[in-house]
Design a protein around this ligand. Sequence first.
Ligand SMILES: Cc1cc2nc3c(=O)[nH]c(=O)nc-3n(C[C@H](O)[C@H](O)[C@H](O)COP(=O)(O)OP(=O)(O)OC[C@H]3O[C@@H](n4cnc5c(N)ncnc54)[C@H](O)[C@@H]3O)c2cc1C
Length: 386
Amino acid sequence: MGEPEDQEREMFRQTLRRLVDREITPNVLEWERAGRIPRDLFSRLGELGFLGVRLSPEYGGAGRDFRYTATMVRELVRCGSIGVPVSILAHAEFATKVIDRSGTPEQKREFLGPAITGERVGALGVTEPGAGSDVAAIATRAARDGGDYVVSGSKTFITNATTCDWVTTAVRTGEPGHGGISILLIPADAPGFVRGRRLEKLGTHASDTGELSFEECRVPARNLLGPEGGGFRLIMEGFAGERLVLAVMCGAQMREMWEKARGYGLERQAFGRPILGFQAWRHRLADALATIEAAEALTERALDLSVRGERCEKEISMAKLFAAEAMVGIAHDCAQIFGGYGYMEEVPITRLYRDSLAFSIGAGTSEIMREIIAREAGLLPRTEGR
Ligand SMILES: Cc1cc2nc3c(=O)[nH]c(=O)nc-3n(C[C@H](O)[C@H](O)[C@H](O)COP(=O)(O)OP(=O)(O)OC[C@H]3O[C@@H](n4cnc5c(N)ncnc54)[C@H](O)[C@@H]3O)c2cc1C
């Protein structure tokens, strides 16, 4: 038997696995078509304690470390529709962890408590039509007016945008550049909060991704998260967690695709033998397995450093970069072995294939990962001025 923590995590895994098998996987086709997961799923996950895994016990969270989040991600990926974990994690980690870290007790009571039960759903709003990778260039302005902030601007590509109850929003409260950025918790029922289109995407169809705009939207000043002008640092700290989540998700998705390819390759016959009877295919899947294990090892290293509270921006960026880039090739190979079936909507590998393409973009593109690795590894000449 392993350590008590391992046994507890194993029980956590088994409970979630049962939920995924019985209540999620059978519904994913319907949710893919609907372009979102149902609100009931958030309530159900909240009821079972899966929405506050890393959040404070005072507000209903489980106060666990990132290993539990990783276990949760791996189990959710097994449902075969990556939009499902993306939507859940955007709420349960990306929008909320920063409140847990930096919120006042009042903010935690108002936003965290109902988020952990699944009563209210959150989103993280950083990206704008004119600024994505360059977070310091965001233009959504929040001007102080008495006891309120008045917010004007727009956000795009926001996960949970059309269904959320509030948004952890990056706004500009000061001068241009990163020093003028703050975070405001904006309720969806604030006057001037306008939901835009739900965006149709190449993949991750079960996650709702959309636009938001703020038309002189009034938000009480008490909803400012952390110090005014301190938002950029909070966003960057949050990104590390998001990137680690995505690296874990990539590893789990690659495993899922590989297992499906292996199963099909052992069964499907051509020229009187299973497809894996051809050495070309055995070698292709052997290469894929070596790559998957390399990706998992990098992620495990980053995860370990993160859990121990050590500096690991470089390791997280390497894990996400490697896994996201590797996944596209692995997805192609794993779909190719299915022949024509690998191009049919009803076959899960098709969905996983197109879902694999979002990971080199979300939570920081591969190019930005390379920039971080370069900076952390001392590759930036002084003349670059960063
Ligand atoms: C499915 C999905 C869900 C998302 N969910 C959310 C969400 O919930 N909340 C949220 O705030 N955002 C979300 N995003 C947005 C995502 O974070 C951004 O798309 C991403 O950060 C890139 O920004 P951009 O799209 O504006 O691209 P840009 O920043 O305009 O980049 C365009 C291209 O230029 C490259 N580039 C930019 N800067 C450099 C550089 N310095 N060196 C080299 N190349 C560079 C990029 O890598 C990219 O290839 C989501 C995106 C997707 C696809």
